[in-house]
Design a protein around this ligand. Structure first.
Ligand SMILES: Cc1cc2nc3c(=O)[nH]c(=O)nc-3n(C[C@H](O)[C@H](O)[C@H](O)COP(=O)(O)O)c2cc1C
Length: 191
């Protein structure tokens, strides 16, 4: 897919078909993380692919979804919840560069997922302590983000908005998620 099309099409997905993702597609997504820009090129982020049903459910129970429309976009376990999570971990207290590194990696993985027809949700709101226990992380390692991956079971739409308009995403009467994005003129300033 052309990059311009990927840019246009990618939306956060929070409802997933109950079909397992192919290993080869997970590998493609991990490849997108592996080669990404990285402060100091330290590459200290580790990726845990959670596929075991019980582990995925336990992690799912510790995640929070779409706060602005909660609880209307909470996936339901067994109906439209993700079947795969990728959890990013790094040495504890690595600081803001590691956060930035993780952000770059997740973003790259999101586009790779879109490229192979998958949807993803970048999850920052989760119970860290619980998830770290579930994963049996050593004390000196911490979780940074979780990424949910699966086949999309919703089609959110992007809206372009002007400066001063609300950027809050919302559900319409047909249960479609609308995601406002400021137009370039509203966010960029040329000097
Ligand atoms: C750092 C970060 C943390 C996020 N955490 C969550 C989360 O915990 N739960 C969730 O449902 N979405 C989460 N999201 C997804 C955002 O809500 C989403 O990107 C935003 O609404 C814009 O939608 P879009 O990705 O379709 O452009 C997060 C996104 C980022 C970048």
């Amino acid at each position: 897919m052309e990059f311009s099309e990927l840019l246009k099409k990618r939306r956060t997905i929070r409802r997933f078909k109950q079909v397992q993702v192919f290993d080869k597609d997970i590998r493609y997504i991990l490849e997108a993380a592996r080669v990404v820009s990285c402060g100091g090129n330290v590459q200290k982020i580790h990726y845990i692919v959670a596929r075991d049903k019980q582990l995925v459910k336990d992690i799912f129970d510790n995640t929070t979804w779409a706060g602005l429309v909660s609880p209307d976009r909470n996936p339901e376990w067994g109906k439209n919840a993700p079947l795969t999570f990728i959890i990013l971990t790094a040495p504890e207290d690595s600081g803001s560069v590691m956060q930035a590194n993780a952000g770059a990696a997740v973003q790259s993985m999101e586009y790779a997922a879109e490229d192979v027809g998958l949807g993803a949700c970048w999850i920052g709101a989760f119970k860290k302590d619980n998830v770290e226990k579930l994963l049996g992380l050593p004390e000196q390692e911490e979780t940074l983000y979780i990424m949910a991956i699966g086949y999309p079971d919703e089609e959110p739409v992007q809206e372009d908005i002007d400066s001063g308009e609300s950027m809050k995403y919302y559900l319409d009467g047909d249960d479609v998620l609308h995601v406002p994005k400021f137009k370039t003129e509203a966010i960029a300033d040329w000097r």
